[in-house]
Design a binder for this molecule. Structure first.
Ligand code: NAI
Length: 336
């Protein structure tokens, strides 16, 4: 039976890279019925909301979505569709595996990190006020419930995927109550997992250590704001946002997406690199139990990237999005 998956093309380069993924899944013989839905600017134009009810209904029905990037206007305008989706669907886990890939120019060649970020609270709770003209405040919310859920999820993931150590990242020396609660809850949960090493690091020191020697870390667990920043830093260790996948996971639903944005500078020019969204789609395939297809596509991608002949412009190559996808499909078909 076909998998029913909600597809959110998004805007900017979103429609080009989601189309590339749809073609690749098809070539690999994965039976997916895509339920196309709008979010962000196209949804505001059509429904007056960045996350229309029809999109939420579609994800609630299908349980799984693949999402292209959507524009968020800085400092004003509508609420981010990404933040809304994460909160409405209680997608409390943001998962970003960060792994070196042969052939992709990068600073390090043996990075293998898993970054887990709490996705629903912290300074991204959206509680901001103008206290008085000239004074704004944003409230950082940390709850024991969310801290417990994310810590437990991280330890379970570590066990299931053979990871040895989790580093909890915080600033509890300054934010003693909020980050203090996040840290204490992690330490409590860690007691149930004596087989996994648990340590903690202050975020500023961690950033320096990551840049100098990422091999000392295995899994990182962070709150929403630090997780957002550190996961982009980590992407920079392996070749940038164009090659790193992401997933937002909750108890009932999962939304898979690339970590980069809409790349307005290259949108509509057939220049976008679909690698990150493809890797995200592979996380989705594994989530759907399609391990064999995921492995075949992964091997084909790695071979093409390692050969270096079929790279897009952002990785120093000359391929368009379409050419990259055509070459990948040829490689997949040679393995069918
Ligand atoms: P961006 O990631 O869109 O672009 C940064 C740079 O990376 C640009 O030079 C762009 O051309 C390049 N780039 C990004 N993805 C690429 C790809 N797949 N292939 C080739 N080059 C790529 O970040 P920026 O400019 O800060 O954000 C643009 C818009 O995207 C904003 O409205 C932002 O809010 C939104 N955004 C959406 C996200 C999402 O929906 N998950 C995540 C991050 C940003």
């Amino acid at each position: 039976m076909a998998h029913q998956v909600t597809l959110i093309p998004g805007d900017g380069i979103g429609p080009e890279i989601t189309e590339a993924v749809v073609r690749v899944m098809d070539a690999a013989g994965v039976d997916i019925e895509w339920d196309r839905q709008e979010a962000g600017i196209p949804a505001i134009q059509e429904y007056g909301k960045s996350v229309p009810d029809s999109l939420l209904e579609s994800i609630r029905r299908n349980k799984v979505a693949l999402k292209g990037p959507v524009t968020t206007i800085v400092g004003k305008g509508f609420r981010s569709a990404n933040v809304t989706l994460r909160q409405k669907l209680d997608l409390y886990v943001n998962l970003r595996p960060v792994k070196s890939i042969g052939g992709v120019p990068s600073r390090y060649d043996k990075v293998d990190l898993v970054i887990v970020r709490e996705n629903t609270e912290d300074l991204y709770s959206g509680i901001e006020n103008i206290v008085t003209p000239g004074v704004a405040q944003a409230i950082k919310v940390v709850t024991e419930r969310a801290s417990h859920l994310i810590a437990k999820w991280a330890f379970e993931y570590a066990r299931e995927h053979g990871r040895k150590k989790i580093t909890l990242v915080h600033k509890a020396n300054i934010m003693k109550m909020s980050d203090g609660l996040f840290l204490r809850t992690f330490e409590e949960v860690a007691k149930d997992y004596p087989d996994i090493e648990a340590e903690d690091k202050i975020v500023d020191a961690l950033c320096m250590h990551l840049v100098m020697d990422p091999s000392q870390y295995d899994m990182l667990l962070l709150g929403n704001l630090f997780g957002d920043i550190v996961s982009d830093l980590a992407a920079g260790l392996v070749g940038g946002l164009g090659v790193v996948p992401g997933a937002n996971i909750g108890t009932e639903y999962a939304v898979f997406e690339a970590v980069h944005g809409t790349a307005p500078d290259i949108a509509g020019k057939d220049l976008a690199n679909p690698t990150a969204l493809l890797f995200s789609a592979l996380l989705m395939l594994r989530h759907l139990g399609e391990h064999e297809a995921a492995q075949k596509i992964w091997k084909s991608m790695v071979v093409n990237l390692a050969m270096g002949h079929h790279l897009t412009h952002d990785l120093g190559g000359k391929c368009s999005t379409t050419e990259y996808t055509d070459e990948l499909i040829k490689e997949i078909r040679s393995r069918n």
